[in-house]
Design a protein around this ligand. Structure first.
Ligand SMILES: NC(=O)c1ccc[n+]([C@@H]2O[C@H](COP(=O)([O-])OP(=O)(O)OC[C@H]3O[C@@H](n4cnc5c(N)ncnc54)[C@H](O)[C@@H]3O)[C@@H](O)[C@H]2O)c1
Length: 373
């Protein structure tokens, strides 16, 4: 196998901004089919990215043995169904987060894929940012020493204006009960990085969430109404080593996209990665050591970028190009490694479920939720 053949299911905004540009940039990949239930969106994306084969129903591509990968970029409601069917049909699967809101369902799919020798990948975009990959290589090389404290932020102003129409996840939700929103839709990638960098097993969590903007315009009706959703939150995590961590997410706080900041402080050194569009660049990394505690910016080595990539290009296509290339490398290598897979997706989702349980009970919650691992 020297070429990976991909069918992309869901051809909307994110497919056009990140997935299709990412796959198109890799000469080892061919996007052979594009699927969307919306004919207009489908036609436009197929034209823009030169994909000849199109379909309105994802089942049409599952029986084709020449397709290696199904890439699921639909609305959240179809993630699980399409991923499960694709794994059943023997395809490697890339899926946007969350695969399922219940971590046990995601874990079951991870196990099903593994049993068939298939690889899976979650759309954990920021794990593949060149600055984040470089930081991880420094951690692995011992730059931090023993890690003490991780701080993770996912904060931006995307929904700070309540007139920006938002999709209502559950129209039947009880307005008296605050529903998880920011931590689930935005917090997942920084929780992924926390687990990855901490290199330890999560044992307990506590935290809280708030609804800062009580009324918002709902996309389906175009009218302003009460939406009792978490638009800001803060959490503390303990692990089975000495490291402690905090996670903070909000999409109504002032700051540019994507709004990720990851800090790691240890016995020998510390690093701060910012994935925020500022001064024409989408990422920076600054480091300090115990002998020289003033943080200084480091240049990110070329090996952490996709070919031709630079920090001055759009963050979404830059980071996604690395994600697509990484999945392609893993598939062509025959499955020895598989980072950011559905099992990691289940771990991140279980963390979110534990955060929510802690808020509801106003108490520390033990992890894993199902008892000892
Ligand atoms: N990882 C990230 O950083 C990131 C960023 C943005 C969006 N996303 C995720 O990407 C996904 C898509 O978001 P979007 O903004 O492109 O939404 P969108 O509404 O623009 O596009 C989704 C498309 O999926 C199609 N679709 C829905 N159900 C389908 C089905 N069963 N079969 C075929 N087509 C179907 C819709 O017609 C639509 O064109 C969401 O899950 C979103 O959360 C991830």
């Amino acid at each position: 196998m020297d070429k990976v053949r991909v069918a992309v299911v869901g051809a909307g905004r994110w497919a056009q901004r990140a997935h299709l540009p990412g796959w198109s940039r890799d000469p080892r990949v061919e996007v052979v089919a594009l699927v969307d239930s919306d004919r207009q969106v489908l036609g436009e994306a197929a034209r823009l990215f030169g994909v000849r084969r199109t379909a309105g129903d994802y089942r049409e591509v599952l029986d084709d043995p020449s397709i290696d990968v199904v890439d699921v970029v639909t609305a959240n409601t179809a993630h699980f169904e399409v991923s499960a069917a694709a794994i059943e049909a023997g395809k490697h699967v890339l899926c946007e987060k969350p695969v399922h809101r219940d971590y046990r369902e995601t874990k079951a799919l991870a196990d099903a894929a593994r049993a068939k020798g298939l690889l899976t990948k979650l759309g954990f975009t920021f794990r593949y940012a060149p600055a984040v990959r470089y930081a991880k290589s420094l951690v692995d090389a011992g730059f931090i020493g023993t890690p003490y404290v991780f701080n993770g932020f996912e904060q931006n102003s995307q929904w700070i204006d309540p007139a920006t129409p938002m999709r209502q996840v559950d129209p039947d939700a009880d307005p008296e009960v605050i529903a998880t929103s920011s931590i689930e839709g935005y917090g997942a990638p920084i929780i992924d990085i926390m687990h990855w960098w901490a290199g330890a097993r999560l044992t307990s969590v506590v935290g809280t969430m708030r609804n800062f903007l009580p009324e918002r315009v709902v996309r389906a009706t175009g009218r302003s109404q009460r939406l009792n959703i978490d638009d800001g939150d803060m959490w503390i995590c303990e692990f089975d080593t000495d490291i402690i961590a905090s996670i903070q997410s909000s999409y109504v706080t002032v700051g540019n996209l994507p709004g990720i900041e990851a800090r790691l402080y240890g016995s020998e050194g510390a690093l701060i990665v910012r994935l925020v569009e500022e001064a024409g660049r989408c990422q920076t990394i600054r480091t300090a050591t115990k002998d020289d505690p003033e943080f200084v910016e480091r240049e990110i080595p070329a090996e952490f970028f996709p070919p031709g990539g630079s920090s001055t290009e759009d963050w979404d296509s830059l980071f996604y190009a690395n994600l697509c290339a990484d999945f392609t490398t893993e598939i062509l290598a025959g499955g020895g490694t598989n980072q950011g897979d559905f099992a990691q997706g289940a771990l991140v989702q279980e963390t979110i479920n534990a955060f929510e349980a802690s808020f509801r009970r106003r108490a520390w919650v033990d992890f894993p939720l199902g008892g000892a691992a």
